[in-house]
Design a protein around this ligand. Structure first.
Ligand SMILES: [Zn+2]
Length: 353
């Protein structure tokens, strides 16, 4: 899922996202709540209508952004007090309030309000944080179920419903992770996410958590790993059985001139590309690689032209979406043949590390 923080996947228009094959994008509750405000978005017909995105959308709970405001927040059983990074104003988010904001935004998938456990966190701290997250998961579910009929679906989106996903936490402690997964499954969410990863833990810990938790989550519901990853990682996780992932990496890296290609990572600002007339990625058929040269993309970045960030973002998203399309096609063909699924190591996509 490309990440559309403030109602836009930065620098990329919605029609381009559609033509790239993006089927779902993510919006950040915290940012949209602060600006333009969830009530304004409700009055404008909901997030789909407001940003003109007819395909699926997911909103996070705001928990992760609040977690990022380490100096500006105070957590209690009831919820989180925090100060806006925009103007310092005071706000209070509870699970119920997060659900109300997400109902007003009206995405297809809402996320339970959770506390993202930081890394490193000792066992007691991780356990206490998990207690809070499980309590908030229950409150999120009860509140959303009671108010689900308040979602305003614009005419063209009739017959849609808003789903709610629970979020597995527990830090790097696999027993806490298992407990978290089992309790959420008992609560019966519409889908399940593994959160609290990509917060500085070693790659092996990320893998261990995913491989411990995935088998505990029902395969007939979406399984989502939040906030990952590099191209080689998303391919590996998809092959392990992860259905959904989101990451700002392809677009954020693009705005800094970093391209992901079949030949590895490329810093397009490097001098070696100054007169390179090749496309950014010779085997990519995206609208950028079909038309523009490395030399031109480098020039745009050096000239501070905003088109540079746009074109880089389009290529990186095409590359990421291409990985998932290829994995999906392989999974489907292997399922049909009833043969083993190839591992990431035997796949055709070179890891750009
Ligand atoms: Zn391309």
């Amino acid at each position: 899922m490309p990440v559309g923080t403030a109602g836009t996947v930065k620098a990329v228009p919605q029609d381009v996202l559609e033509s790239l094959g993006a089927e779902i994008i993510l919006g950040n509750t915290y940012h949209l709540y602060l600006r333009p405000g969830h009530e304004a978005i409700r009055r404008l017909g909901g997030l789909h209508k407001f940003i003109s995105w007819p395909r699926a959308m997911l909103t996070d709970s705001g928990g992760f952004q609040v977690y990022s405001l380490t100096q500006l927040r105070k957590v209690s059983d009831e919820g989180v007090h925090f100060r806006s990074h925009l103007d310092g104003s005071s706000h209070f988010f509870t699970p119920e309030h997060s659900m109300d904001v997400q109902i007003a935004l009206g995405a297809d998938i809402a996320m339970a309000f959770d506390e993202c456990t930081e890394y490193p966190a000792d066992r007691d701290r991780a356990r206490e944080s998990l207690r809070l997250t499980m309590n908030w998961a229950r409150r999120s579910l009860d509140h959303l179920r009671a108010h689900q009929n308040e979602v305003v679906w614009h005419d063209e989106f009739e017959n849609r419903t808003q789903s709610l996903f629970g979020i597995v936490q527990g830090g790097v402690y696999t027993d806490l992770r298992r407990e978290s997964a089992e309790r959420l499954v008992e609560m019966d969410f519409d889908g399940y996410a593994i959160g609290g990863l990509s917060v500085g833990e070693p790659r092996e810990a990320t893998l261990e958590v995913i491989s411990e938790v995935l088998p505990l989550l029902p395969t007939n519901k979406p399984r989502y790993v939040m906030g990952v990853g590099y191209p080689g990682e998303i391919e590996q996780y998809a092959r392990m059985g992860v259905d959904m992932m989101d990451c700002v990496l392809p677009t954020r890296a693009a705005r800094h001139g970093l391209l992901f290609t079949s030949e590895g990572r490329m810093n397009i600002k490097n001098k070696q590309y100054a007169e390179d007339q090749n496309p950014p990625d010779p085997i990519c058929s995206c609208m950028v690689c079909s038309r523009y040269s490395r030399a031109y993309l480098r020039h745009l970045m050096h000239a501070g032209e905003s088109l540079g960030g746009t074109l880089n973002s389009i290529h990186n998203l095409a590359y990421y979406i291409g990985i998932m399309q290829r994995v999906r096609a392989q999974l489907l063909s292997h399922r049909d043949e009833n043969s083993p699924i190839p591992t990431a190591a035997s796949g055709t996509n070179p890891t750009p590390h």
